[in-house]
Ligand binder design. Sequence first.
Ligand code: ATP
Length: 265
Amino acid sequence: RNVAAMEIDEKPETTYDDIGGLDPQITEVKETVELPIKNPEIFKEIGIDPPKGILLYGPPGTGKTLLAKAVANETNATFIKIVASEFVNKYLGEGSRIVRDVFELAKEKSPAIIFIDEIDAIGTKRVGSSEGADREVQRTLMQLLAELDGFESRGDVGIVAATNRPDILDEALLRPGRFDRAIAVPNPVKESRQKILEIHTAKMKIDEDIDFDEISEVTEGLSGADLKAVCTEAGMFAIRAERKQVIAKDFLDAIDKIMSDIKIS
Ligand code: ATP
């Protein structure tokens, strides 16, 4: 088995409390992934199959991985992550094998959550060409579809996929019995940004005068990952100034830095 291609975490520590501003998304993930693992009999009684896979879509750094890890934590499941874009570059030729191994491993370690990041790398709409690398990618997608179809949705293995590009996904992936639930994970609005900042400053020594209402106001457009970077950078400014506490100016300088970094990249 190519375990180097997988990130395996037997006991992820992320919880729902570590996620800021995604309450409706958390509710939906609880219903579609957590409940089938925790109480499969509820679905049996009513006589429906629980959803097999869910698709989280939205810009980078908004908390998709956090959501998948938190469900794994809540269900005492092993978290197994693969990054589909690596099948196109790093592990070209091994994709379908790795996909098969991941499903096998998940069954062995169940309960388990399989997280497939950047699924668009293997799941884009067919473009026609069937040469070399493209054919490899096709084979990997076929293997994934076969695994999904052959998989009994008994609930003890949850499958979560993530993408920044839902628009280019092959519809075959979104058919019933595959990734038939799509949950949007957008960039945070102001109140969400404030919650995310609270989470990432919880363990920091910060001046009590800092106005997080204002900071969340001026960080429009930043993702959760960017806001975390702002907090870290603010801490760096305080360290450089040899202060024992992070002050408002450190945050404002950090915001300037992160925002100009984003503009450059
Ligand atoms: P990508 O699409 O780039 O893989 P993602 O949506 O999976 O991104 P995460 O890996 O979940 O993003 O987020 C990266 C980091 O940013 C997290 O580890 C966390 O520190 C921070 N972060 C992102 N979103 C949130 C959020 N909603 N609440 C708290 N922290 C967040």
